[in-house]
Design a binder for this molecule. Structure first.
Ligand code: SF4
Length: 419
């Protein structure tokens, strides 16, 4: 265990008995998990020194903060537009600032307040969110807007936690940034900064409760919005996984830097290898209409239209070649070059097909024929939108085989080489 200020200055003045239990003891009901090593001592837990340790952050943030359309210039007041903070916080979940900004700006033009959003229809909301991913966030925002219009803004942190889509982190960020309530919000950036400053070895998320307790006085003393945003900003721009310590306002305080341990604090997370899959997307066209799968009511892709998709070329082949009930006789099958679609846990090689038929057939319940002119009004997920763009782009190359079967056999060979 590294010797540090925990066993010297911070423990000076504690009684020998408590000193023995200094690292990771249980004080004031804060159960610090013993699986990690941390410099948060019982002394610190009784008298958190975050206000002194983090004092340089506020002035640094004033000078170095990035401009963002939802940020208020004045860090000391209650945010004049909490709705804008809510929109930004939900958009920023799992998504980078640069990606969010154009979406945020478009959103605020169309839905400038909770009232306009609450009155909108699902299709329009999904359409505006199209491309940002994790569509459940759009639905949560919609439901939150309805709640706010009916009941007003929550009056406390517990009330914020009841808004759809607001977990402990987002509710705390809203509390601090929109309302100046001193609720510590710990995202990945904040955990990394605190782990390094305090020299926490092991997963700092296991210390979340203790870290919030330690951090809160800094929010109370220096301003909740200022401290919350500056901590996140430092993690995003300076104390990144590869830190730029020479530019850091907390260099003198940083235990990880003193121990030359910034490469192991916090430990990097081993990510699972994404699973590989092949997907065949089939755009079926007949009489100026396209066949689409209706949106699901629940799940990750709720509210989004989809092209018919199958996970096996054999199934496509069987359907195209064998169903005597469908007017395939004079159908044409062509294909666009495929692409690799990368998700967090999955890597798909997508083979897009264009099946042109003479007549529309009776589609099963989940499917609808959509007129060409209405296609652009539908909200599609990223993968399905890509196929929509191929259809619109008359210049995109189409592959054609001597027969649908021959084409599928050729494409199947391509799909076996998923990168
Ligand atoms: S000194 Fe380096 S490791 Fe420590 S908080 Fe600053 S940037 Fe992060």
């Amino acid at each position: 265990m590294a010797k540090s200020r925990s066993s010297s200055s911070l423990l000076a003045g504690t009684k020998p008995k408590s000193a023995l239990k200094a690292l990771f003891s249980v004080t004031k009901g804060i159960d610090v998990q013993p699986r990690t090593t941390c410099l948060l001592t019982s002394y610190q837990m009784n008298r958190p020194d975050s206000p002194a340790l983090l004092a340089p952050l506020g002035p640094w943030f004033e000078l170095h903060r990035r401009a963002m359309p939802w940020r208020d210039e004045d860090l000391d007041r209650v945010h004049p537009n909490p709705y804008a903070v809510l929109v930004s916080e939900l958009m920023l979940q799992q998504t980078q600032v640069a990606t969010v900004i154009p979406y945020f700006e478009r959103w605020m033009v169309r839905f400038p307040d909770a009232s306009s959003l609450s009155a909108a229809g699902d299709d329009e909301i999904h359409k505006l969110w199209e491309g940002l991913g994790y569509y459940r966030r759009a639905r949560h925002l919609h439901h939150s807007a309805k709640h706010i219009v009916t009941h007003g803004w929550p009056m406390d942190f517990e009330g914020l936690m009841k808004l759809p889509g607001l977990g402990p982190y987002t509710a705390a960020a809203m509390a601090a940034i929109a309302f100046q309530w001193p609720e510590p919000a710990l995202d990945g950036n904040a955990f990394r900064v605190l782990a390094r400053i305090l020299g926490i070895e092991g997963d700092p998320k296991l210390q979340a409760k203790a870290l919030r307790f330690w951090l809160k006085p800094a929010l109370e003393q220096h301003g909740a919005s200022r401290m919350t945003q500056s901590l996140m900003e430092l993690g995003a721009t300076v104390c990144a996984p590869a830190p730029k310590c020479g530019k850091c306002p907390l260099l003198a305080q940083c235990e990880a830097h003193k121990m030359k341990a910034t490469d192991r604090i916090p430990p990097s997370i081993q990510r699972l290898q994404p699973k590989k899959a092949e997907i065949w997307l089939v755009a079926v066209e007949a009489e100026g209409h396209w066949l689409l799968c209706e949106p699901a009511q629940k799940g990750l892709l709720a509210g989004l239209w989809k092209w018919p998709a199958v996970e096996s070329a054999v199934l496509v082949e069987e359907t195209v070649a064998a169903d005597p009930g469908l007017p395939y006789a004079s159908s044409e099958l062509r294909a666009w070059p495929g692409w690799t679609q990368v998700y967090t846990h999955r890597r798909e090689f997508v083979s897009p097909l264009h099946l042109r038929m003479e007549k529309r057939f009776q589609a099963s319940n989940d499917y609808r024929w959509i007129h060409e002119n209405e296609l652009d009004q539908l909200a599609l997920g990223k993968r399905d939108q890509h196929l929509r763009e191929l259809i619109k782009d008359e210049g995109s190359p189409l592959l054609q085989g001597p027969s649908p079967r021959a084409l599928l056999i050729q494409l199947r060979g391509d799909a076996n080489h998923v990168p």
